[in-house]
Each structure stands twice: as C-alpha cells, then as structure tokens.
Design a protein around this ligand. Structure first.
Ligand code: APR
Ligand code: PHB
Length: 386
C-alpha cells in the first residue's frame, strides 16, 4: 500500500489528524495495535477547551458533542474545607465543555471514511530519516508494508514511534510524582454543577462528571497503590473526608462501574520531528491530569500538524512542517507549567513537610484574594491561544 501519510495510533490524536487530512483530500491510513472496542473501552479525561470544541466542528464531528456536552462556566477550588469559585466567564469571557474523551473518540471513529487498520501487531517504522519512509506490521499471520511520504507518531506514551528515534537525537524531560489518582466512575448525578478540585491534608480530591447522570471522582493515593485495596465503601469514605462537609453530605454514591489508578507524570520529548517522522499527543508529552490539559494538548498538536501537512502537500511548501516542532513545543511547555502548578498546589507532598503546606495555603489565599491570580488560572484552564 502507498499513502501520503501513515498515522500510528487511533487514539484521539491519530483519529483527529486522520479526519483533518481526509477532509483536505490527503491520503492517510491509521495503523492501531488494539481493536476498536478496546480503544473505546478506555476511560480518560473529559474537559474540552474551546479550541478543541472548534476542532471537533472543523472535523464535522461536533453534532453530538453540542447536543450532549455540558458547558461549564467555572470550577470550584477547595482547601481544607474552604471553598472558592473561579468564574471563567467573568474573568476571561470563555468556558469549557465537559464531554468524555471516549465520546470524542467514538464520534471521530464514526465519521471516518478512510481506512483504519485495527489489531496491527509488531508495527515498525523504517527509513524515516530519508525521503522514502515505510511502516510494517503483522496482521492475520501476514506481514504488510505501507510506503508513505510522512509518518505521524500518534501512538501515545508507550507507543513505538518515539522509541524508534535514536536515543542521541532525543532529549527528554520528566518528573514522576510520588502519587497517583484512584478514579471511580458511577451512574449517579454529579454532586455539583461544576467540577470541584480540593486540597486536603489527607490528599487531593476531584469531583468531576461525564453527564447529568454519570459522575467521575478521584482521590490522591500513593503511587504504588493497588486498586484491589479499595472497596467502593472505602473510596466513598475517603473522598467524603477530603471534601467540605456540605459537599460530602450532598454527594450521591453508588456502585463503581470503573475503578483504576493512574500514575501522575510530567514528560516532554524534544524535538517532535526526526526527518519525515512527526510526534503528536501523548507520544510526545504527558501532563498530570490536574488541569485537564492532556487531550487538549493532543488536539492542538494535531491541528498544527494537519495544517503543516496540508501546506506541504497542497502548496509544496515545507516551511510549516519545519516550524511544527518549535511552534507546538512553546504551547506544550505552557501547559506543562500549568499542570505542574495545579498539581503542586492541590496535592500533599510528604517530602515538603509543614513549610510546604503553609506555602500551599498561602498560594490558595493569594488565589482567592487576587483577581489577577484567578484570571491567570482561568486563562490557562480554558486554554491559551494556539
Ligand atoms: N502500534 C500501533 N498503535 C499503537 C502502538 C503501536 N506500537 N502503541 C500504542 N498504540 C495506540 C494505542 O493503542 C492507542 O490507541 O496508539 C493510541 C494512542 O492513543 P492515546 O494513548 O489516547 O494518545 P493520544 O491519541 O495522543 O491522546 C492523548 O489520551 O492519555 C490521554 O491525556 C491524554 O487525553 C489525552 C489523550
Ligand atoms: C475527568 O473528568 O476525568 C477529569 C476532569 C478534570 C481533570 C482531570 C480529569 O482535571
């Protein structure tokens, strides 16, 4: 098979890139290791910046999102039971959309016309430092080959694309936090109309949601925590202990329909281009989920990559492809900073001791007392310009 672009990975990055290229008349195939059902079974974040909402519209995939997504005009920040609302609309005149990543993926899968090869084993990238890269994979016992002009590595943090780059060509920056998030999904109405991010001396807690009838809750746990150690009852008791009393009382609990632990990590690989291979989304960077930037960063990467590829294939101009890595890294690092900052404010860090906790309290008091500080949070949360 010969195509213009071979996309590795059918997560939100690969599917969105594929869709934008398809609409521009660029021939692209997606090669995905897992089955479509497996990809749709993954439960991930659920907050879209306006830029991501606009991109779903550009992809002509936004109809269900507009019908079912929930527009949120603010969030609540809590500290040891004290509560403060950050009003995005009043502070920066923008808002976010609560719509699960699973639903984004489902909508992009449904609208796609071109080929996605699922359950492709042993995907390998070849000769991307020259002008004739190719991709190989195994399926149904046979080995297949895709010749292409460009490879887009959209295969997530554990994918093959970044690992295919010689180590000496790559600089990585990483911070692994000494904790994770234990998340529970339940078919009960959310405790509040807006998300609640809460710092407590027992650890961070987040009240999120997927719809008016489905809630997503998280608590900070040690990095090596086993899900099996947490019965539903133990989870609900711990969550309640970390929330303001009136919130804890109002919360409706129910059986968990999903429960998992996610490790928190900040990670960036530079640069994002090696010859004809371009990295985008989680393949290139990871943010801790505090601040909900992961999916949105992936969307802004692929929007930039799609535009650069369109310029390259339609106008024969390499300028935008040459600029891709530096261009998106600037936005990536700002999102890394914001996610790190939200994480630092809201979690308990055993190693920082009482001094660190007083600094966190001062940061919270500064935030709630300063419109400038709130505006800074708000403009980052709703998404910085592309
Ligand atoms: N070959 C082919 N496909 C692969 C390979 C491989 N070797 N390795 C991984 N994949 C696939 C995965 O199965 C997955 O479907 O690549 C896809 C990557 O998808 P994601 O991990 O969702 O990454 P991305 O599309 O960049 O989306 C970023 O996901 O983790 C969240 O916070 C993140 O919300 C953000 C979003
Ligand atoms: C989620 O709903 O899963 C979610 C929301 C906001 C975050 C992280 C996760 O910051």
């Amino acid at each position: 098979m010969r195509v213009q672009v071979a996309i590795i990975g059918a997560g939100p990055s690969g599917l969105m890139l594929g869709r934008l290229l398809e609409l521009a008349g660029i021939d692209a195939v997606i090669v995905e290791r897992k089955s479509a059902d497996y990809v749709l079974g993954r439960i991930r974040a659920g907050v879209l910046e306006q830029g991501s909402v606009d991109l779903m519209d550009r992809a002509l995939a936004g109809a269900r999102m507009h019908a079912e997504g929930l527009v949120h005009h603010g969030i609540e920040m809590g500290f040891d039971g004290d509560r403060h609302r950050i009003d995005f609309s009043a502070l920066v005149g923008s808002q976010v959309m609560v719509y699960g990543q699973t639903e984004v993926t489902r909508d992009l899968m449904a609208i796609r016309q071109s080929r996605t090869i699922y359950e492709a084993e042993d995907v390998e990238l070849h000769d991307f430092d020259g002008q004739q890269p190719w991709v190989s994979y195994r399926k149904d016992g046979a080995t297949h080959r895709i010749d292409c002009a460009v490879i887009a590595g959209c295969d997530g943090f554990h994918g093959v694309s970044r690992r295919s780059v010689p180590e000496r060509s790559l600089t990585t920056f990483e911070r692994v936090y000494p904790f994770g998030w234990l998340g529970v999904l339940t078919d009960r109405p959310p405790v509040a109309d807006e998300l609640i991010y809460a710092h407590h001396e027992r650890g961070f807690a987040l009240c999120s949601q997927r719809s008016r009838t489905r809630s997503r809750y998280y608590i900070q746990v040690p990095a090596d925590e086993q899900v099996g150690a947490w019965s539903d009852d133990r989870f609900w008791d711990e969550l309640r202990a970390r929330l303001a009393p009136e919130t804890a009382e109002a919360m409706q609990t129910g059986p968990s329909i999903e429960k998992s632990v996610a490790q928190l990590r900040s990670f960036v690989a530079e640069p994002l281009r090696f010859g004809q291979l371009f990295l985008a989304g989680d393949a290139a960077h990871i943010v801790p989920p505090t601040g909900a930037k992961g999916l949105n960063l992936a969307m802004s990467d692929v929007a930039a990559l799609a535009d650069a590829l369109i310029e390259h294939f339609s106008e024969g101009s390499p300028a935008a492809l040459d600029a891709y890595s530096n261009h998106v890294l600037s936005r990536i690092w700002k999102a890394e900073r914001f996610s790190w900052w939200m994480t630092s404010l809201l979690h308990t860090f055993p190693e920082t001791g009482p001094f660190g906790r007083r600094i966190q309290r001062a940061e919270f008091d500064y935030l709630t007392g300063s419109r400038a500080a709130q505006q800074s949070l708000a403009e980052n949360y709703v998404g910085l310009p592309a």
